[in-house]
Design a protein around this ligand. Structure first.
Ligand SMILES: Nc1ncnc2c1ncn2[C@@H]1O[C@H](COP(=O)(O)OP(=O)(O)O)[C@@H](O)[C@H]1O
Ligand SMILES: [Mg+2]
Length: 203
């Protein structure tokens, strides 16, 4: 369970989040949508524990969180496989880490790029590599900021399939931001449109 209670946040005396409360339980899939600059990334980063709110509390009972943020945190001097190994090293040990890495690199169409460094990969490939690292870590909470950005329609559909599978088969809780909401609406996903600024929501 992830619970944000009465969160507020301002940047340079501009209030972005007014009063935000939110609960995410095992098996939930929640998607926020809304115009640029409204505070979606800020809220996701507060949920991740990366940004500290000015007021309010964050309670987290999930044990393995994975985040896909807007900038993929890849080490430029390591190859795709080495990046996976590094990202997963805190969570998964030895043989399983290697197996998971190869499995997800292949699923994300990166088997040929396993020994390439991020600079030798396109933006879409880097994004898929960061995604592979998220999935391979077997999280029980997955936070995704614009997971379909930089991806063509084919990869958007494939990644969406993996997100749904992880949510439905493993009960992974997913909290995401996306503009590509048509396919989500078709799948009956809970979409929270954000409009008013500063944000005040209780969901
Ligand atoms: N670290 C920061 N310092 C100053 N302003 C910020 C910072 N992070 C975000 N902002 C501002 O907060 C607002 C909301 O940003 P963000 O959460 O990225 O919105 P969204 O993801 O909905 O586009 C924007 O106006 C942005 O410029
Ligand atoms: Mg954003």
């Amino acid at each position: 369970m992830l619970r944000l209670e009465h969160i507020s946040k301002q940047f340079q005396s501009r209030c972005i989040l007014g009063d935000v409360s939110l609960t995410l339980a095992k098996g939930d899939l929640l998607c926020m949508t809304g115009p640029s600059g409204i505070g979606k990334t800020t809220l996701l980063e507060i949920a991740a524990g990366i940004v500290r709110p000015d007021a309010g509390s964050r309670i987290i009972r999930f044990s393995h969180m994975a985040c896909l943020l807007q900038d993929a945190p890849l080490l430029p001097w390591k190859t795709a496989l080495e990046n996976m190994d590094f990202i997963l090293s805190a969570r998964i040990s030895g043989e399983k880490r290697y197996k998971n890495s190869l499995f997800w690199l292949e699923k994300m169409g990166l088997q040929e790029a396993a020994h390439k460094k991020p600079m030798e990969m396109s933006g879409g490939m880097q994004r898929r590599l960061a995604m592979a690292a998220c999935f391979a870590g077997e999280p029980d909470l997955l936070l995704l900021d614009e997971p379909f950005a930089f991806l063509d329609a084919l990869w958007q559909a494939r990644i969406w399939e993996e997100i749904v599978a992880m949510n439905q088969k493993k009960g992974t809780a997913i909290f995401m931001v996306s503009h590509a909401t048509e396919q989500l609406r078709d799948a009956g996903i809970r979409i929270v449109p954000l409009a008013a600024s500063p944000l005040s929501i209780d969901i």
